[in-house]
Design a protein around this ligand. Structure first.
Ligand SMILES: [Zn+2]
Length: 88
């Protein structure tokens, strides 16, 4: 026997995508338009890639620099700077 829960919505889900510093694709802070570069790719030759949302930079971190222990912390720190208005 199965129960269909598709129409059931928890009350807290209405505010699920509130701005926060946590890396989530639908977090408005991570979708804000900014210009960011990757600190791990600075020394690589070739044209420097610019990431226009923090989520795209975070996505790059998770795929290219997942062995760097601090990449998630970097994303969270940048999110804090966006929230406090240092990065516009
Ligand atoms: Zn990189």
């Amino acid at each position: 026997m199965s129960v269909i829960l598709s129409n059931y919505k928890k009350p807290e889900q209405a505010n699920y995508y509130r701005p926060s510093n946590l890396p989530q694709a639908r977090n408005p802070v991570y979708q804000k338009e900014v210009s960011l570069g990757c600190k791990f790719c600075v020394d690589k030759p070739g044209r420097k890639k610019i990431y226009h949302t923090l989520y795209s930079l975070h996505h790059h971190f998770t795929h290219e620099h997942s062995k760097e222990p601090s990449y998630r912390d970097i994303s969270i720190r940048i999110a804090d700077l966006i929230i406090e208005g240092t990065i516009l």
